[in-house]
Design a protein. Structure first.
Length: 225
């Protein structure tokens, strides 16, 4: 069985105003609703688990009901870090789950097609992580604003979500980072430090993450709202 863990328990610290970006209106729906609907409409997804702040549990359940998300199986309270939130979501996976797709609730433009592609890759390679090839020239800065070196952009990708894995692979990676008391910013990084392979799935720039208020305007334009 294929499950999704949608993580929406972040602090939204870069929004510059005190808002929960996953619940900010985007057109007629909250940002999080778009991800819920995309995973609901993906035929390969059998169940959905959402991780939110404690005071958002009831409103998330109500949101799912409002938009007909029948695949929602659990809404759980997140942790202080992303990896803790994902771990809490994984605790709710049934024994029958073999594939898990982790998604940022702040990426409302994810498509069922991209989710399916990531699942296909995970089944074949153990992982399927959405990413896009970089087109800008990329500078590496060691500290301050002084450029240390220029990276070969043909070998640099920007990673997004979904980040999809065989459940046993992600559990192995999480066991490693927990045992070694490591902090990672995404699931692919957990695999990397654990010495496990990360396979990319080509995505689109439109699969953007809502980070600032300006991003809401861009997302609305892309969604033609």
């Amino acid at each position: 069985m294929n499950y999704a863990i949608i993580v929406a328990a972040g602090q939204s610290s870069r929004m510059k105003v005190k808002v929960d970006k996953a619940f900010v209106p985007l057109g007629q729906k909250p940002v999080l609703a778009y991800s819920l609907i995309a995973y609901e409409e993906c035929p390969e997804i059998d169940g959905i688990i959402v991780v939110v702040k404690k005071d958002r549990v009831d409103s998330t359940k109500a949101m799912a009901k409002m938009f007909g998300c029948s695949k929602l199986e659990a809404v759980v309270t997140g942790g202080s870090k992303r990896q803790l939130s994902v771990a809490k979501g994984m605790e709710k996976l049934p024994r029958e789950a073999t594939i898990v797709a982790v998604h940022d609730g702040a990426r409302p433009l994810v498509t069922p097609e991209l989710i399916s592609a990531s699942i296909k890759a995970a089944k074949r390679y153990g992982s399927g992580v959405a990413g896009i090839k970089m087109t800008d020239t990329i500078k590496f800065v060691e500290s301050g604003l002084k450029v240390t070196k220029t990276l070969d952009r043909t070998k640099v990708w920007a990673v997004q979500t979904p980040q999809t894995f065989k459940v046993k692979v992600l559990k192995e990676a999480y066991d490693y980072i927990n045992k070694n008391n490591l902090t990672v910013t995404d699931e692919a990084s957990a695999l990397e430090v654990a010495g496990l392979d990360v396979h990319l799935v080509e995505s689109e720039t439109s699969n953007m993450k809502i980070t600032t208020l300006d991003d809401l305007t861009i997302a609305a334009a892309l969604l033609k709202l």
